[in-house]
Design a protein around this ligand. Structure first.
Ligand code: GCW
Length: 696
C-alpha cells in the first residue's frame, strides 16, 4: 500500500485534483528526527499526488520566522517546538489529543494547513493520515470528500498505547511460521548489512500507526541469546535507529536462561542475587547502546523454553526480576501467557490446554510489577481459524495486558490461501467479557480503559519476509495494514479497512475495488467452511501445519484433540461433565457456553462433545453441516479464483499472475480439504449425505 506514497503502482480511476494552495510549501521549523521523516514523507507524497515538489522551509530561516506568517503552506510540528502551531489550534483542540494523537486544521482564507501534535510521532501520524486521505479522496466523487473543509476538524487519538509487531525471525535468516521468504533482518547468522529494506519496513509500519517492534523470534536460540552482548549490540543499535526515525521503538526477545547460557552462572533462578545482578548489568549495557530500547519480550516455560518453573518460582517472580532491571531506564517486560503442558498424554482427559493460561496467570493478578505487561493470545488455544476468546481477558484487574494476534497465517492458509483476518479480530475485540457488567468488551481491556491500566495495547506476529511483495500472497498485505489500523482504532470496520487498503494499493477503478474487497471480505468464512468445523480446530499436518490431516494431532502430546469416534465429535469443556473450562468466563458467557442449547453453533465443538445427529440452531445436523460447508467452501474457493481472473489487465500484471496462481492453488487445495474431511466423517459416522454428493 505504500505504492500510494512512493508511486510504485499507478492509481487507475483517480479523479484529478486541483493542487491546493497549501500543498506548495511545507514549514517544518523544528529539529527532530521524526519531524524530518514526516517532512520527507510529506514532500514525496505531495509531489507524487500533485506532480509538483513542495518547497520546504526549515528552522531558523527568515522565511520561516517572518514571511511565513502570510504565506500559504503546510505547517507541521509540536506545540512545544513551534509557537505558530500552538497558536493555530485552540486550547480545546490541543488538549483533545496527547502523546501520539494529532490535530489537522485548515485555514481556508490564508490557504494554510496545520498538522499539530504533542509529540513528533503525532506529527508523523498526522502526515500519513493526510496523505492517505488525499489519496482516498481521489477516488471519491462526493464534494464533501474533496472539499478542503474536510480538513477543518480532524482529531485523532490512538486508542491503544502499545501497537506492536513481533518478528519471529531467526538470525540464520529463517522465519518461524514465515510464509513470505527469508528474513529481511538477518542472513547466515549475522544481521543483514542492507538497512534499506528495514527502513522501508519501518515506513510501512509507521504509515499504519505501529510504534513498537521486537525483532527476533520469541523462541530465542543460542546465537540470538547473544543479541544482548557486545557481539551483536551495535547491530541491534543500527536496526533500532532505522525504526527510531519512524517513531518505532525496538524490543528484543530474550532468553530466560541467558545468565547461564551467556553469563556463565549456574542458575537462572529469579530470586538469586547473582542472577538479578547479571540482568541489571546486562540491561544497562543494552541501554548504553540503545537509550530508547523498549524492553524484553519473554516466552518462558512454554514449549520447552526455559523459565522460572525450573526453580519452583512462578511467572511473577520471573517477570518482576526483569522489570527491576529495566525500570531505571523506563523499559517494559512483555511476558507471554502462552503457557501450557506440551507433553500431555492424549489418554489423560482431565488436562485441558484451553484452561492453562488462565490457571497459571489468574492467581498471580496483582503480583506483577507496574512495568510488566502480560501478552495474551486472542484465543486460549493457538490462533485457529475459529476458537473461543481467551477468558484471561477480564480476569485480571490489577495486571497490564496486551492482546496478541497472529498476522502470519500459520493455521489460516499460510499465505497460499486468501484469508483476510480483520473480521476475526473484530469479533474478538467486540466480544463482551461482562467483567464489569455489560459493555466490558475485549477492546476496552486491550486499551487499558476498563481497569484503568497504565500499559496496554496490541501485539501481533508479522507476516512479512524478503518477498518482493512482502507477504507471499500480495493480498495478505491487507492483514498487516488492517492490524495497524485496528490497533490505532478498533472501531474501524472490516469493510472500511478493506476498502482503504484496496484503494491505496490498486487505485480507484470501482470494479477493481468491488471485486478485491469482496474477495477479502468473503475469504475468512470460505476458509473456515472447508477446514476444521464448528470451532474444533487443528486437523492439520503436524509440524508445518499446512493441509488437512484430521488425526494429525489426535494422539500426540500437544493437547489439541477433537475426540471424534463413530458416535460423535467435540471437546467437552463444560463444568457439568467436562474439563470445567467454561467456568473461566464471567457468568453470562459461562452459562451460554455451558449449555449445549445456547452455545453458538460456530463454537459448538469447542465446548461440547455431541453426536453427529445433534441438531444445530441452523436446523441442520452436525454431520450434514460438515458435508454442506465443505462442499460449499470448495466451490467458494473456486469462485474466488474465477473472480480474480476477471481482473486481468486491470491490475499490475506481475501481481495479477502471482495472485492468480495462488488462487488456483487454493481452489485445488480446498478440494483436498473437502474430500479428506468429508470422507473421514462419512467413514466414522456411516451417515449418508442427504444430497447424495460424491464422498469417497
Ligand atoms: O503457534 C505456535 C507455533 C510456534 C510458536 C508458538 C508461540 C514461536 O506453532 O511456532 O513459536 O505458537 O506462539 O510461541
Amino acid at each position: 500500500w505504500l505504492g500510494y506514497l512512493s508511486g510504485a503502482y499507478s492509481r487507475k480511476g483517480a479523479t484529478s485534483q486541483a493542487v491546493p494552495a497549501w500543498a506548495k510549501r511545507i514549514y517544518a521549523i523544528e529539529k527532530h528526527e521524526v519531524i524530518s521523516t514526516a517532512l520527507e514523507e510529506l514532500t514525496q507524497g505531495l509531489e507524487r499526488l500533485f506532480g509538483e515538489k513542495p518547497i520546504t522551509v526549515l528552522s531558523g530561516t527568515d522565511l520561516a520566522d517572518k514571511q511565513a506568517s502570510h504565506d500559504p503552506g503546510i505547517w507541521i510540528g509540536t506545540w512545544a517546538g513551534n509557537s505558530l502551531l500552538a497558536e493555530a489550534f485552540s486550547e480545546s483542540e490541543r488538549t483533545a489529543v496527547h502523546g501520539e494523537g494529532f490535530v489537522i486544521r485548515e485555514d481556508e482564507e490564508l490557504g494554510r494547513l496545520f498538522i499539530g501534535a504533542e509529540t513528533p510521532q503525532g506529527v508523523l501520524y498526522g502526515t500519513f493520515h493526510l496523505l492517505r486521505e488525499l489519496v482516498l479522496a481521489q477516488g471519491s466523487s462526493s464534494e464533501a470528500d474533496t472539499s478542503p473543509n474536510k480538513w477543518s476538524h480532524v482529531i485523532e487519538q490512538p486508542r491503544n498505547a502499545l501497537r506492536m509487531i513481533n518478528q519471529w525471525d531467526n538470525v540464520d535468516g529463517s522465519i518461524e511460521r514465515g510464509y513470505a521468504g527469508r528474513s529481511i533482518f538477518y542472513e547466515n547468522g549475522e544481521f543483514t548489512q542492507d538497512i534499506v529494506r528495514i527502513r522501508d519496513y519501518a515506513r510501512l509500519l509507521a504509515s499504519t500507526g505501529i510504534n513498537a517492534i521486537s525483532i527476533n523470534n520469541v523462541n530465542v536460540h543460542q546465537r540470538e541469546t547473544l543479541f544482548l552482548t557486545e557481539r551483536f549490540l551495535s547491530d541491534v543499535a543500527r536496526v533500532a535507529s532505522a525504526f527510531r526515525a519512524y517513531g518505532i521503538r525496538l524490543y528484543l526477545s530474550a532468553n530466560y536462561a541467558s545468565p547461564m547460557e551467556i553469563g556463565g552462572l549456574l542458575t537462572a533462578d529469579p530470586l538469586d542475587e547473582q542472577v538479578r545482578e547479571w540482568w541489571n548489568i546486562q540491561t544497562a549495557k543494552v541501554y548504553a547502546a540503545i537509550p530508547d530500547f523498549g524492553g524484553y519480550l519473554i516466552k518462558a516455560d512454554s514449549e520447552n523454553r526455559p523459565g522460572p518453573f525450573t526453580y519452583n518460582r512462578d511467572h511473577a517472580d520471573g517477570a518482576n526480576m526483569l522489570a527491576e532491571a529495566l525500570r531505571p531506564f523506563g523499559g517494559l517486560v512483555i511476558w507471554r501467557c502462552f503457557v501450557y503442558n506440551c507433553k500431555q498424554d492424549w489418554r489423560d482427559r482431565s488436562t485441558d490446554r484451553a484452561r492453562a493460561a488462565y490457571d497459571h496467570f489468574k492467581p498471580l493478578d496483582g503480583r506483577f510489577a507496574d512495568n510488566v505487561i502480560l501478552q495474551i493470545k486472542n484465543g486460549p488455544m493457538d490462533f485457529q481459524v475459529r476458537e473461543a476468546v481467551s477468558p484471561l481477558f477480564g480476569a485480571m484487574e490489577k495486571t497490564n495486558q496486551v492482546l496478541e494476534f497472529q498476522i502470519t497465517q500459520e493455521y489460516t492458509g499460510q499465505q497460499r490461501h486468501l484469508c483476510y483476518l480483520i473480521p476475526q479480530w473484530k469479533e474478538v475485540l467486540d466480544f463482551d467479557t461482562y467483567a464489569k457488567g455489560q459493555g466490558s468488551e475485549v477492546k476496552c481491556i486491550a486499551d487499558g480503559s476498563l481497569y484503568n491500566r497504565p500499559h496496554s495495547g496490541f501485539a501481533a506476529v508479522s507476516n512479512i519476509g524478503a518477498d518482493t511483495c512482502w507477504t507471499g500472497h500480495p493480498l495478505a498485505q491487507a492483514n498487516l495494514y488492517g492490524y495497524g489500523r485496528l490497533a490505532w482504532n478498533p472501531e474501524l470496520s472490516s469493510e472500511e479497512i478493506a476498502d482503504e487498503w484496496v484503494r491505496l494499493t490498486f487505485g480507484h477503478d470501482e470494479e477493481v475495488v468491488r471485486l478485491i474487497s469482496g474477495m477479502l471480505l468473503d475469504s475468512l468464512d470460505i476458509y473456515e467452511n472447508y477446514t476444521a468445523p464448528l470451532g474444533v480446530g487443528w486437523m492439520v499436518n503436524p509440524d508445518h501445519h499446512y493441509g488437512p490431516n484430521v488425526d494429525g494431532y489426535e494422539y500426540s502430546k500437544w493437547g489439541t484433540y477433537h475426540f471424534a469416534d463413530c458416535k460423535g465429535i467435540g471437546v467437552d469443556r463444560t463444568v457439568q461433565s467436562g474439563t470445567g473450562y467454561t467456568s473461566q468466563y464471567h457468568k453470562e458467557n459461562a452459562e451460554r457456553y455451558e449449555n449445549v442449547t445456547t452455545c453458538p453453533d460456530e463454537l459448538l465443538l469447542f465446548f461440547h462433545h455431541v453426536p453427529y445427529t445433534h441438531v444445530l440452531h441452523s436446523g441442520k445436523t452436525v454431520i450434514q453441516h460438515i458435508y454442506d460447508t465443505h462442499f460449499k467452501g470448495a466451490e467458494q474457493a473456486q469462485a474466488l479464483a474465477e473472480t480474480w481472473r476477471k481482473l486481468e489487465g486491470k491490475v499490475d500484471p506481475e501481481i495479477f499472475e502471482t495472485v492468480a496462481l495462488r488462487q488456483d492453488n487454493q481452489a485445488e487445495h480446498a478440494k483436498e480439504w473437502r474430500d479428506m474431511i468429508n470422507t473421514y466423517f462419512y467413514r466414522k459416522s456411516g451417515i449418508e449425505d442427504e444430497q447424495g454428493r460424491t464422498i469417497y
